[in-house]
Design a protein around this ligand. Structure first.
Ligand SMILES: Cc1ncc(COP(=O)(O)O)c(C=O)c1O
Length: 494
C-alpha cells in the first residue's frame, strides 16, 4: 500500500471506526477494570505482545508495505480496548489525573481534525483568538487580576517552567545581566526559597532553566515539609533586596495541603522577591467559597501555574502559565526569524510566549468546556469533589483497619492501612507497600502510595468529573478485601 493519497477514500470509514470505538470505550469507563487483566503481557516487548486474537505483533520490524488506515485503526482500537489504562474514568485516584468532559473531548477531536497551528495569528487566527479568550476566561475563573496574561502549555511542568523562565529573566535583570542573551555561566546563583511541599516539576524546571536544584532552599519546619515562615523571612532579609524567587505551593501531592500564600506574598513584597504560585490542581480551590481562603494571596503573585488535564478535565496535554507583567512573559521565548511574524506585530503570536514553536490548538477544548459548563458548573463539580473527599474521610475514620494521617483540606485523603495488632512501623510500611501493589494488580480501582512523614501511605486524589461517593466506597471496600487476603498469607502475630 503506498502513498496515503492513494487511500484517501478510507477517511470516512476510519473516522467512523474511531468514533464507534471511542463510544464503546467511554461507555465502559465506569465499570471496566482500570487496568485490564493481562494487559501487561499484551504490551510487553518480546513476550508475545500482540493484538489478541490475531497474533499480529504490536512491534517488530517497521512495516514496509502498510495495510491501510482501516486495518491500522482496527488493530489500534482492539489493543486500546485490551490494554488502555482507564485513567480518565471515575475510579482512577492515582497521581492527579482528570478525565475529559464531553465538551472538551468533542472539541479536542475537532482540534485534531482542524489541525490548527496555534503558533501565531498568521498561522491560525482561529486558534490564536480562541487561546486569547480561553486564557482570559481561565484568568477570570481563577480570579486573577486583569494585568495577568498567559499561555497554554503541555501541563503543570511546562507551566512551572514558563513561569520560572519569566522569574529568571526578572532576577537576572536585577542582578545586572540578561540571562536569555548571556546564559548563566559565571552569573550569581539565583536563590529559590520554598517549603518542603515543592513539586518535582518545579525542581525539574529549575534544572532545565540552568538555575539548578542546588540553589533551592526547602525551608521546612517539620517532617511533613510545612513552611518555616520565620526562616523564609530571615533568608529574604539576609539577601538585602537581592533578587530571589519564592515558590508557594497551592496544593501539595501527599495530602492536598497549602503553603501560607498570603504570608509569603507579604514577605515577597517586603523584600522585593518574585513570588511564583504552583497551583497545578490547588488553584481550583479558588472556585468555591468553601476553599477559596486556602489560595488567598495567589492574586498577588508575579506568576501562577495550573493544569488543564487535572481538575479542568480537558484531555492531555494542557497546562496554563500566567505571568503578571507582559515584559517578563515573553522573556526568553520571543526568538524571531525572518520568516516569522515581527515581535512587535499587533497580532498575537503565542509561540513568543511559550517554549514551543508550532503548537496544538489546546484552546479549543478549554474554550468549549468553559463555554459548556461555565464558572458555576465548575464550582459545582469542585464542591461535589470536596463532598466526595469528605465522605472518604468519614469512611476511613470509621474503619478500625485504617489510620488517617492528615487533614484533607481539599481533594486528597492521606491514610494508611493499619490492621489491628500490627504496630511496628517497618511492618506497616511493608504491608502498605504490598497492599498498594495488590491494588494496582487487582485493577478495579486505582490509587497510589507515597511517603508521608516517612511512612508508606495512600493518597487518592479526586479530580475526575464523573467521580462520586460510590467510587471512593469501592476503593475502601477493595482495600479491605485485598488487605484481608494479604493477611491470610501472613504468619499469625506472636
Ligand atoms: C503541584 C503540582 N505541580 C506540577 C505538577 C506537574 O504537572 P504535569 O504532570 O501536568 O506536568 C503536578 C502534577 O501532579 C502537581 O501536582
Amino acid at each position: 500500500m503506498g502513498d496515503p493519497l492513494d487511500r484517501r477514500d478510507e477517511l470516512e470509514r476510519a473516522l467512523e471506526l474511531a468514533a464507534a470505538e471511542a463510544r464503546a470505550y467511554l461507555e465502559g469507563l465506569a465499570r471496566d477494570p482500570v487496568q485490564p487483566p493481562g494487559s501487561a503481557a499484551l504490551l510487553e516487548e518480546g513476550a508475545g505482545g500482540g493484538v489478541q486474537g490475531r497474533g499480529a505483533p504490536l512491534g517488530g520490524e517497521l512495516p514496509q508495505h502498510g495495510d491501510g488506515a482501516l486495518t491500522a485503526v482496527t488493530e489500534l482500537a482492539r489493543l486500546a480496548r485490551e490494554a488502555a489504562t482507564r485513567s480518565s474514568g471515575p475510579r482512577f485516584f492515582h497521581f492527579v489525573i482528570g478525565g475529559t468532559t464531553p465538551a472538551a473531548l468533542a472539541a479536542d477531536w475537532l482540534a485534531s481534525a482542524l489541525d490548527q497551528n496555534a503558533a501565531a495569528w498568521v498561522a491560525s487566527p482561529f486558534g490564536t483568538r480562541l487561546e486569547q479568550v480561553a486564557i482570559d476566561w481561565l484568568r477570570q475563573l481563577f480570579r486573577l487580576p486583569p494585568e495577568f496574561g498567559g499561555v497554554l502549555v503541555t501541563g503543570g511542568t511546562m507551566a512551572n517552567f514558563t513561569c520560572l523562565a519569566a522569574a529568571r529573566e526578572w532576577c537576572a535583570e536585577r542582578a545586572g545581566f540578561d540571562a536569555a542573551e548571556e546564559g548563566l555561566a559565571g552569573a550569581p546563583q539565583i536563590p529559590v526559597l520554598t517549603s518542603g511541599y515543592v513539586h518535582a516539576s518545579a525542581m525539574k524546571s529549575l534544572a532545565l532553566l540552568g538555575i539548578g536544584r542546588a540553589g533551592v532552599h526547602k525551608l521546612s519546619r517539620d517532617a511533613r515539609g510545612r513552611l518555616d515562615l520565620p526562616a523564609l523571612a530571615d533568608r529574604l532579609a539576609r539577601l538585602d533586596g537581592g533578587p530571589a524567587i519564592v515558590i508557594a505551593n497551592a496544593g501539595e501531592v501527599n495530602a492536598g495541603d497549602f503553603d501560607p500564600i498570603e504570608d509569603m506574598a507579604d514577605l515577597a513584597e517586603r523584600h522585593g522577591a518574585w513570588l511564583h504560585v504552583d497551583g497545578a490542581f490547588g488553584l481550583f480551590a479558588r472556585l468555591s467559597p468553601r476553599t477559596e481562603a486556602l489560595t488567598a494571596g495567589a492574586e498577588r503573585a508575579s506568576s501562577v501555574s495550573s493544569d488543564g488535564h487535572k481538575w479542568l478535565n480537558v484531555p492531555h496535554d494542557c497546562g496554563f502559565a500566567f505571568v503578571r507583567e507582559d515584559r517578563w512573559r515573553r522573556g526568553a521565548f520571543s526568538e524571531q526569524a525572518d520568516y516569522l511574524p515581527p515581535l512587535d506585530s499587533p497580532r498575537p503570536a503565542f509561540a513568543y510566549y511559550s517554549p514551543e514553536g508550532s503548537r496544538r490548538a489546546r484552546a479549543l477544548a478549554v474554550w468549549a468546556t468553559l463555554r459548556a459548563y461555565g464558572a458555576e458548573g465548575y464550582r459545582a463539580m469542585v464542591e461535589r469533589h470536596l463532598d466526595v473527599a469528605g465522605h472518604l474521610v468519614k469512611r476511613i475514620d470509621a474503619e478500625p483497619a485504617f489510620e488517617r494521617l492528615a487533614e484533607a483540606p481539599l481533594n486528597i485523603v492521606c491514610f494508611r492501612w493499619r490492621p489491628p495488632g500490627v504496630s511496628e512501623e517497618d511492618r506497616l510500611d511493608d504491608l502498605n507497600r504490598r497492599l498498594g501493589e495488590a491494588l494496582l494488580e487487582d485493577g478495579r480501582v486505582f490509587a497510589g502510595t507515597t511517603l508521608f512523614e516517612g511512612r508508606v501511605a495512600f493518597r487518592p486524589a479526586i479530580v475526575n468529573w464523573q467521580t462520586g461517593a460510590e467510587d471512593v466506597d469501592l476503593l475502601v471496600d477493595v482495600l479491605l478485601e485485598l488487605g484481608a487476603r494479604l493477611l491470610e498469607g501472613e504468619p499469625a502475630p506472636a
